[in-house]
Design a protein around this ligand. Structure first.
Ligand SMILES: Cc1ncc(COP(=O)(O)O)c(C=O)c1O
Length: 394
């Protein structure tokens, strides 16, 4: 998982499919990132902020009770313990530092679950930048707590009322804003998607998750690597950051778990959306289909182009988890380990639980799951789901 070069291609995927007015901004960002990433002073400042402010390194936790139940050795990489409650801050601090280097005083972002919006609002407050977050109306409804968090942090949340009123439409509106405001605005994109250099740059900002996890895992297991490394994938940033620590350094099997209703790599076909060529859910005439998932962060009909490439060359495999088993996984981790995961992260766990039960994960396997975020934001939604299920049962 290296540098895709100036074209931003990962095999047949990636690229920079943007209106002409955005090409200079993408090129400026690529140059700024290349210079910063080669600059030890940039790394020193990023690492210092991620440590002193962000709470890195996050630990890995071996799940004793769950491991016994499953017949595995299960470890979690605890991004839920990072400041703001998910991996999203790693990318946002990097991009906010770049915005400052480029002299841009305004950050815009799209958000689904609200975690990327919260992280962007947080970085904007930390660096004294203006912040506007685009969020679909449906997601505003199911992630109300995060909307209020963003407002408390001084950001303006703009409701997106077009299309399916979820993440895909929020990206459209953020791109539209960027076209109109490009001189003073940096688009702080939240995942390994969009036009080059975002998929590569965001993966590099998230690489810290995989690099830490590999070293921490080896320290616990006399230098061994996990048999299987699992992460959920919406746009794919926590998975890409995790996989970057293992793909070229270990023989670990890499598994990305998409939402059943947002399974770009299972049912998708190649196409162009949001500035990238990748696997997309679309109909025969190329219309993008609406994703549908209880998890706002995985409710996206595409996936980052590097994942499409990793799937095509067989270095990673991609599977799905359905809403009902995800809610069960959410509860099971809480009851057995005292950790409430984000619904997004619960997809990764749901697949592990199923694969352990069916024998797809052999007894005694060592499994590392990236727990991309904490479940506080989802408690109200899960309560409503469980009440509805109880109501149907009585
Ligand atoms: C906790 C958490 N995990 C995962 C995701 C999915 O994003 P990605 O696939 O880019 O990691 C989100 C998105 O909002 C999230 O909030």
């Amino acid at each position: 998982m290296g540098d895709p070069g100036p074209t931003g291609r990962f095999g047949d995927f990636g690229g920079r499919f943007v209106p002409e007015s955005l090409v200079p901004a993408c090129l400026e960002l690529e140059v700024a990132f290349r210079q910063a990433w080669a600059d030890p002073a940039f790394h020193a400042e990023l690492d210092r902020i991620l440590a002193d402010y962000g709470g890195r390194p996050t630990p890995i936790t071996e799940c004793g009770r769950l491991s016994d139940e499953l017949g595995l050795r299960l470890f979690l990489k605890r991004e839920d313990l990072a400041h703001t409650g998910s991996h999203k801050l790693n990318n946002v601090i990097g991009q906010a530092l770049l915005a400052r280097r480029m002299g841009k005083g305004r950050l815009i972002a799209e958000t689904g679950a609200g975690q990327h919006g919260v992280a962007t609002a947080t970085a904007a407050a930390l660096f004294g930048l203006e912040c506007v977050v685009y969020m679909g109306e449906v997601d505003i409804g199911r992630q109300a707590l995060n909307v209020f968090r963003m407002e408390l942090l001084g950001a303006e949340v703009r409701a997106v009322t077009s299309g399916s009123r979820t993440l895909k439409d929020a990206v459209n509106d953020a791109l539209r804003d960027w076209v109109a405001s490009v001189d003073g605005t940096h688009y702080c994109l939240g995942s390994v998607m969009g036009p080059h250099p975002y998929p590569w740059m965001v993966r590099e900002f998230q690489r810290v998750v995989g690099d830490e996890a590999r070293e921490q895992f080896r320290a616990r297991t006399d230098g061994a690597d996990p048999d299987v490394v699992v992460a959920c994938a919406g746009g794919g940033s926590n998975a890409a950051g995790t996989f970057a620590g293992f793909a070229d350094f270990t023989d670990s099997v890499l598994v990305g778990v998409e939402a059943e209703g947002g399974a770009a790599l299972t049912v998708g076909i190649p196409g162009v959306l949001h500035g990238m060529r990748s696997a997309l859910m679309q109909d025969e005439s190329g219309q993008i289909l609406e994703a549908e998932s209880i998890s706002a962060g995985l409710d996206y009909p595409g996936i980052g182009p590097e994942h499409a490439h990793l799937a095509a060359v067989g270095r990673a495999r991609y599977v799905t988890a359905g809403d009902a088993e995800v809610v069960e996984a959410f509860q099971r981790l809480g009851r057995t380990e005292g950790i409430l995961p984000a619904l997004e992260s619960a997809h990764a766990l749901a697949w592990v639980f199923r694969a352990a039960a069916t024998g797809e994960l052999p007894q005694g396997s060592t499994v590392l799951v990236t727990l991309s975020g904490r479940g506080d934001k989802d408690v109200g939604q899960v309560r409503d789901i469980l009440r509805a299920v109880e109501g149907r049962g009585s």
